[in-house]
Design a protein around this ligand. Structure first.
Ligand code: FES
Length: 133
């Protein structure tokens, strides 16, 4: 390999590394796990129905409002086999794969086969903005 060719290869590899670094840091919205980044505004309080919630599938988060003004958030990944929960009805978060139901107030299992609650996701509410806390 000539000296020129070797430098070309090194420069190309360096460029690829830089591109990877920019991709890793420049996402803004989500990290490489497809979940929301801390501080990112996820939703407005008016978007979350009282007694129900909203699934943010692209963020991997479920936000609920069990009582007026009380907001909770959980992972949207079912603890049974990892499906994404898909709906919220009558105070329960429903996984479509095997019909596990989770309580909107604390993520606890209302009916299986899931054996453990949806993990809580820390959030903060400032004004009408709900963000990861
Ligand atoms: S993966 Fe959710 S009930 Fe099985």
């Amino acid at each position: 390999m000539s000296g020129v060719a070797r430098r070309t290869v090194v420069a190309a590899a360096g460029g690829a590394g830089l591109a990877a670094a920019i991709t890793a840091c420049g996402g803004g919205g989500t990290n490489d796990k497809g979940t929301a980044a801390e501080g990112e505004t996820l939703a407005r309080t008016a978007d979350i129905p009282v007694g129900g919630g909203k699934i943010l599938a692209d963020k991997g988060v479920v936000i609920t409002q069990p009582k007026a003004g009380e907001f909770k958030a959980f992972s949207s990944k079912c603890t049974h086999a990892g499906c994404a929960v898909s709906s919220i009805k009558d105070g329960v978060i429903v996984c479509p794969c095997h019909q596990s139901h989770f309580d909107v107030s604390d993520g606890s299992v209302k009916s299986g086969p899931a054996g453990s609650p949806l993990p809580p996701t820390p959030i903060q509410v400032v004004g009408d903005a709900i963000s990861l806390g």
